[in-house]
Design a protein around this ligand. Structure first.
Ligand code: SAM
Ligand code: SF4
Length: 331
């Protein structure tokens, strides 16, 4: 029996935040002096593997590892290899969302483990803007990572968060650059997740406006291409590549939601924008050699998946509508 939620949506996609830590501090994602979870609370890689395995046994076909920065977790390739070995046996796709800084080191190993595509977050092609958005990141490191992935035969999609007054004049050149190198581009609206140091209402740029501006210069043909995620994609006629728009604020994408999110402490969030969560760490540790109790806990959680989110910027005093950082739940 596959995992079906109360609104008849089949849950086939699991995002796993393997760590809340990161080597960067993007301004929309984290505060500069983040307090990270104590190591003792974090599931071991073996536990994460077993939990993912239980989801695959229950019909999950796609797993995306994210974070924090998934590739800064020590030994993470052990998990990647183990999950990769399940490809073809229920699991259809294993992917990653990464900031790219460690890809020069890991691209070949990822490809060997069966990873065929990665999303790399890069909000700008301007080294100075990159340094200020990430607080201390070096653009070249991410670019080297992107090209290492490409050289390893991994398809790259560039994710860029649309930030008012920061990168909003770059989308044309980023689209052209992606076309030149054979990458898809996905623009993301900022979501009000967790306390940061800035005012969210200053950062928010509606993508409907961005799209209209892009269409003055590019021919964007709507497609029904889906990656199992909420993005709406268009083919850019001039480059042959795709551009996607993720618009949680202006466009509610909940009707087709097929996903749940697991944190590195074993908490399952059934919706990115709602607080209800289920603890899977205890059932996992109680499980012994038999997964029946764990399966029951997962089914019980899915039975509580809400109909949708209700993000509203400015609902909380700090401008966030969810107290959780994206790095906890995984973007
Ligand atoms: N560190 C990896 C990376 O940056 O790709 C993976 C984790 S990061 C939390 C996943 C994605 O979430 C990134 O593309 C990032 O830009 C996006 N993100 C983080 N905070 C966000 C926010 N408040 N609103 C929208 N997107 C956000
Ligand atoms: Fe780190 Fe990714 Fe958050 Fe940037 S968006 S701080 S790279 S987790």
């Amino acid at each position: 029996m596959p995992l079906i939620d109360p609104f008849a949506r089949a849950i086939s996609y699991l995002r796993v935040s393997v760590t809340d830590r990161c080597d960067l501090r993007c301004v929309y994602c984290m505060a500069e002096d983040m307090t990270f979870l104590p190591k003792a609370e974090i599931l071991t890689l073996e536990e994460l593997d077993r939990l993912c395995g239980a989801f695959i046994d229950l019909g999950v076909e796609r797993i995306r590892l994210t974070g924090g920065e998934p590739l800064v977790r020590k030994g993470v390739m052990q998990l990647v290899r183990s999950l990769g070995a399940r490809l073809g046996g229920g699991l259809r796709e294993l992917t990653l969302t990464t900031n790219g800084t460690q890809l020069t080191k890991y691209a070949d190993e990822l490809a060997a483990a069966g990873v065929r595509r990665v999303n790399v977050s890069m909000d700008t092609l301007d080294p100075a803007v990159f340094a200020s958005v990430t607080r201390w990141g070096k653009l070249d490191k991410t670019l080297d990572g992107i090209f290492a992935a490409k050289a390893a035969g991994i398809a790259v999609k560039i994710n860029a968060v649309a930030l008012k007054g920061v990168n909003e004049h770059e989308y044309d050149s980023m689209l052209a650059w992606c076309g030149e190198h054979g990458f898809d581009l996905c623009l993301i609206e900022t979501m009000p997740m967790g306390e940061i140091d800035a005012d969210r209402t200053d950062q928010y740029l509606p993508l409907s406006r961005v799209q209209a501006r892009l269409q003055e210069r590019w021919n964007l043909d709507p497609t029904d291409y889906r990656t199992g995620g909420p993005a709406r994609y268009f083919t850019v006629r001039e480059t042959g590549r795709r551009i996607g728009f993720i618009t949680p604020m202006t466009h509610n994408f909940c009707e087709g939601c097929n996903r749940v999110r697991l944190t590195c402490t074993g908490t399952l969030y059934m919706c990115l924008g709602q607080e209800d969560a289920a603890d899977l760490r205890q059932p996992l540790r109680d499980a012994g050699t038999d997964d029946a109790g764990l399966h029951a806990a997962i089914r019980g959680a899915i039975a509580r998946k809400p109909k949708g989110h209700d993000f509203v910027i400015g609902r909380r005093e700090d401008g966030a509508s969810s107290p959780r950082h994206m790095s906890v739940t995984g973007g």
